[in-house]
Design a protein around this ligand. Structure first.
Ligand SMILES: C[S@@+](CC[C@H](N)C(=O)[O-])C[C@H]1O[C@@H](n2cnc3c(N)ncnc32)[C@H](O)[C@@H]1O
Length: 340
């Protein structure tokens, strides 16, 4: 699919700067996409174009309401309008419907939850840490855990093919450990690709609510098990050939990553592999990395780490080699692959 950048509705159309465009418009843009996802507008259009009346009927929304929303989504480059008919753009169809390759609707639904939370960002900045971590919120509000896992599942669908291509699994590798494995999609993908593998997924209970059912639906219950637990307790056993530590390091404090990576090295057989996925901090931080760091300060009171920091922990743990793979686009993050 060709990549067509969407119009930047935060930019003034004349020569003068207008600060409110940059303050108010990102909120309206996000609000419109999230509202459309919650109402099922993109999904309703996934089988073909509809006029505002039909769209209202399909989504249970008011006719004027849905037309006003749809017209803004046209201006944003999320919908097309031909006469009275609205249709998804190729990108919307691809990324925000079940008819596309990867459906990020759970990301939009998560953003709805994140909004209310981010209203308290100034308090976290003032304190230098969250009033309540995301994991604490999840145990108080049980709907958040499964929603977050579904959001991570969408990311994992996108990342999965890169992971399998870049991870040199060998015929003798038999046991996989997926730390913070959540939805289980990565463990399932590796097991499908490498029929000799058996896998264990360790994660917090809030992240594993739907995972056994997904594994069973994939027919992999004989080969993949889940274990509810805290990775920081280091109780996952030994004799593994492949350990995945994917987008989990940025949720931990540096000293905890050092401990976890040392324990991973102890639990791997000689020749075994550690695969880290993360958004490696560069200097200076670009806007994406700086925004993600602010999210982490607010959500977990942690931060992203640089390649040098990871290499320090990996070298100290006694791995014999480590290589870095930057994914395309760069916002997809990087892999560090270390061999014991
Ligand atoms: C950003 S998600 C990544 C999920 C998955 N690895 C992936 O790449 O799609 C981070 C995961 O780490 C888990 N996690 C964070 N801290 C943890 C801890 N101390 N013990 C166990 N799991 C943890 C979270 O519950 C969540 O499922």
């Amino acid at each position: 699919m060709t990549f067509n950048p969407k119009p930047d509705v935060c930019q003034p159309t004349g020569t003068a700067e207008l600060p409110m465009l940059d303050i108010y418009m990102p909120m309206m843009k996000s609000a419109a996409i999230v509202a459309a996802a919650r109402l099922g507008v993109f999904e309703a259009l996934s089988q073909g174009g509809l006029d505002a009346g039909q769209l209202a009927q399909r989504t249970g929304a008011d006719g004027l309401g849905v037309r006003t929303l749809a017209d803004f989504l046209v201006a944003l480059g999320y919908l097309l309008r031909d006469g009275e008919a609205y249709a998804n753009t190729a990108s919307t169809q691809r990324w925000l419907t079940s008819a596309g390759a990867i459906d990020y609707t759970p990301g939009a639904l998560w953003t709805y939850e994140a909004w209310a939370m981010m209203g308290q960002l100034d308090s976290a900045v003032k304190a230098g840490r969250p009033a309540q971590t995301l994991w604490e919120r999840m145990s108080e509000e049980p709907h958040l855990g499964p929603l977050f896992s579904r959001y991570m599942h969408a990311f994992a669908q996108d990342l999965g093919p890169d992971l399998v291509v870049h991870t040199p699994v060998e015929p003798g590798h038999q046991r996989l450990l997926d730390l913070g494995g959540s939805h289980g999609l990565h463990a399932m993908r590796f097991c499908r690709h490498h029929p000799q593998l058996q896998a264990v997924i360790v994660d917090l209970p809030s992240a594993l609510t739907d995972t056994p059912a997904s594994i069973a639906a994939a027919g992999l219950s004989e080969r993949i098990s889940t274990r509810a637990g805290n990775v920081l307790d280091l109780g996952w056993g030994e004799g593994y050939d492949l350990v995945l530590y994917l987008s989990v390091g940025h949720n931990q404090q540096p000293e905890d990553n050092r401990r976890v990576i040392a324990e991973i090295a102890r639990s791997l057989r000689p020749g075994g592999l550690l695969v880290v996925h993360d958004y490696l901090a560069g200097t200076p931080l670009n806007a994406f990395h700086a925004a993600f760091r602010l999210t982490l300060l607010f959500e977990t009171g942690t931060r992203t780490y640089s390649e040098q920091e990871y290499r320090g922990w990996i070298d100290e743990a006694g791995f014999s080699s480590v290589s870095r793979v930057d994914l395309d686009p760069l916002e997809k993050g990087s892999l560090l692959i270390a061999r014991r």
